[in-house]
Design a protein around this ligand. Structure first.
Ligand code: ZN
Length: 138
């Protein structure tokens, strides 16, 4: 069986990191599927998905990493072509990736105790975002 749902969120943009673990877990628990995999996917080109220990120190560390890795204040061809000023956000999102697959057993995600699912909105302004949660299994 396959069950597909959405999580709708308002983000602040600018590297906003949101813990979506409980929402994903609820979709798994409510799916009627006992064992399988949950795919978490964002259909946005300036958002990424990963896992982290969701605590303020690491959240800050991850936000600082993006500035070292993909600085805002360098020229981007995307900005030259489109003028929307978010070339860095697209590049950061591509590096992080748009999806994650998490196995679950007995309707419970197989995450570590200190491992939460986060979505990171890299865009340069607040946005409304949709996260797709597709649960597959039996
Ligand atoms: Zn753009």
């Amino acid at each position: 069986m396959i069950v597909t749902n959405e999580i709708n969120l308002r983000t602040q943009g600018d590297g906003d990191i949101i813990d979506i673990t409980s929402k994903v877990q609820k979709h798994v628990a409510d799916s009627g599927i006992n064992n399988g995999i949950a795919t978490v996917f964002v259909a946005h080109s300036t958002v990424g998905i990963t896992t982290i220990e969701f605590e303020p120190g690491l959240v800050a560390d991850l936000q600082k990493l993006w500035e070292r890795l993909v600085p805002k204040n360098i020229p981007y061809d995307h900005d030259a072509r489109w003028g929307d000023g978010n070339g860095y956000a697209h590049v950061r999102a591509s590096l992080l990736g748009a999806s994650l697959v998490i196995p679950f057993t007995d309707r419970k995600l197989a995450l570590g105790t200190w491992q939460q699912i986060i979505m990171v909105d890299f865009d340069n302004r607040p946005r409304n975002r949709t996260v797709i949660v597709q649960v597959m299994g039996e």
